[in-house]
Design a protein around this ligand. Structure first.
Ligand code: 4NP
Length: 153
């Protein structure tokens, strides 16, 4: 089986989606997935993740410091198999950008994994505990996602 190409999307691509990218790559290991992340906004293009995302990942044994911010682009809707928005606002932005034949690839991440409509909250204006909460939500989502992808293969 070819790896499933996955893109995590948030607003800035410095807090939530790079953390999700690092967690999924770490827990899925080789072969199952090909993971990337991007932002709907372009303020931080080329930057590393927020230092608080780097710190919470490192605390859990995951290195995301070499990842770099990029913006979602039209080619993603063709190249990627599953595009996961961190919150309903990012999902609405993606739905407006994506062509009709790619709409089925777009999902709210925790709705896809947990089956209930929950946003991963934006921790940008929060303290470190906000990043820990986001880490835990993303970790649980990634574990459920792996289970779902393994069922497909
Ligand atoms: P993220 O958080 O979407 O989880 O990366 C944000 C990071 C930066 C900004 C907003 C949200 N910003 O406005 O610069």
């Amino acid at each position: 089986m070819k790896p499933v190409r996955i893109l995590f999307v948030c607003l800035g691509n410095i807090c939530r989606s790079p953390l999700a990218e690092g967690i999924l790559r770490h827990v899925a290991g080789d072969g199952l997935v090909d993971v990337d992340s991007a932002g709907t906004g372009g303020w931080h293009i080329g930057d590393p993740p927020d230092r608080r995302s780097i710190a919470v990942a490192r605390k859990h044994g995951i290195d995301i410091a070499r990842q770099r911010c990029r913006k979602v682009h039209a080619g993603d809707f063709e190249a990627i198999d599953l595009i996961f928005a961190m919150d309903a606002s990012n999902l609405a932005t993606l739905r407006a950008m994506a062509p009709l034949d790619a709409q089925h690839k777009l999902h709210l991440f925790l709705e896809y994994t947990q089956g209930i409509i929950i946003n991963v909250p934006d921790p940008y204006y929060e303290g470190p505990e906000g990043f820990e909460t986001v880490y835990n939500m993303l970790f649980e989502g990634c574990m459920l996602l792996i289970g779902r992808l393994e069922e497909r293969s």
